[in-house]
Design a protein around this ligand. Structure first.
Ligand code: CP
Ligand code: NVA
Length: 308
């Protein structure tokens, strides 16, 4: 069987994505039934950026499936001293069964995957965060509705990696995905176009606007992420100024659906992209969302390794 990677949500068909979500729910319900799924399998987890949720949930996912995770920081590998990332992919493929990596440019991720002969998983790049999107959809299934088609999600703030993956994932399952960001901070045009092309086949909808009310009106889910992503720290003052009108606070919640759920991939900056009142209030499902990283990644690992 051909080796499959998970570099972007678009590496999965709509059917594969919904099947994976079903697997994740089943694993979450009965974790004891999956403790030997990865016995004898080794997975390298490479981090070129910091991480709390991804780092811990991936290691626990591999271990709780009976496998072995080798966690590596980029700066402790020869990668940190300039070894080609393709060569790192080639070499790790001789030792382990899958490589999961958090890095900067999508080109680095693709180079690693090109060198590797085993599945490669994107644990966040500057362009996308596809593992996050799996947990996001699982959380919406649990808290909003089991059948996601037609459900509306309004993402407010920086049109970043998390927004990109949400756009593609939402479109794949026929959701109504609305992104409100200021000009210059909207999601990449090619990602928006791709989401629109997918939505045309799934009866989904994709709206990108600079008006918060247009996105938030009646939304079933409000979603945000940090205004300054990893690697953009020197722009943080400017970003805070430009994005300040795109915060999720009580005034935004009041125009959404009366049953709205609020999501954030975390880490959160209360008082910036989300008010403390909303983040810690009754609408927030952020802790379940964070937990779901574990269950979604377990399903992803089992599925990807079964393809080999
Ligand atoms: N949401 C997320 O990916 O968090 P970490 O950066 O802590 O892994
Ligand atoms: N957009 C954020 C997500 C962190 C999980 C970043 O890339 O830093």
């Amino acid at each position: 069987m051909a080796v499959r990677d998970y570099l972007s949500v678009d590496d999965l068909s709509s059917r594969e994505l919904t099947d994976l979500l079903d697997d994740a729910s089943a694993m979450k319900a009965k974790p004891d039934q999956h403790t030997d799924a990865l016995i004898g399998r080794h997975v390298a987890l490479v981090f070129e950026k910091p991480s709390t949720r991804t780092r811990v949930s991936m290691e626990v996912a591999v271990t709780s499936l009976g496998g072995h995770a080798v966690v590596l920081r980029g700066d402790e590998l020869q990668l940190g001293r300039g070894e080609a990332i393709e060569d790192t992919g080639r070499v790790l493929s001789r030792y382990v069964d899958a490589i999961a990596v958090r890095t900067f440019g999508q080109d680095r991720l693709e180079a690693l995957a090109a060198g590797a002969t085993i599945p490669v998983i994107n644990l966040l790049s500057d362009r996308s965060h596809p593992c996050q999107a799996l947990a996001d959809l699982l959380t919406m299934q649990e808290h909003v509705t089991e059948k996601l088609s037609g459900t509306s999600v309004a993402y407010l703030g920086d049109g970043n990696n998390v927004a990109h993956s949400l756009l593609i994932a939402g479109a794949k399952v026929g959701m109504d995905v609305r992104v409100a960001s200021p000009s210059g901070y909207q999601p990449d045009r090619d990602v928006v176009q791709r989401a629109r092309d997918i939505a045309a086949h799934t009866d989904g909808k994709v709206i990108v606007t600079d008006l918060v009310a247009e996105a938030a009106e009646g939304a079933d889910v409000l979603y945000t992420d940090v205004w300054t992503s990893m690697g953009q720290e020197n722009e943080s003052d400017e970003r805070a100024e430009i994005l300040k009108g795109f915060r999720i606070d009580e005034s935004v919640v009041s125009v959404a659906s009366p049953n709205v759920k609020v999501m954030h991939c975390l880490p959160a900056h209360r008082g910036e992209e989300i008010s403390a009142e909303v983040m810690d209030g009754p609408r927030s499902v952020v802790w379940d969302q964070a937990e779901n990283r574990l269950h979604a990644q377990k399903a992803l690992l089992v599925w990807l390794l079964a393809q080999q």
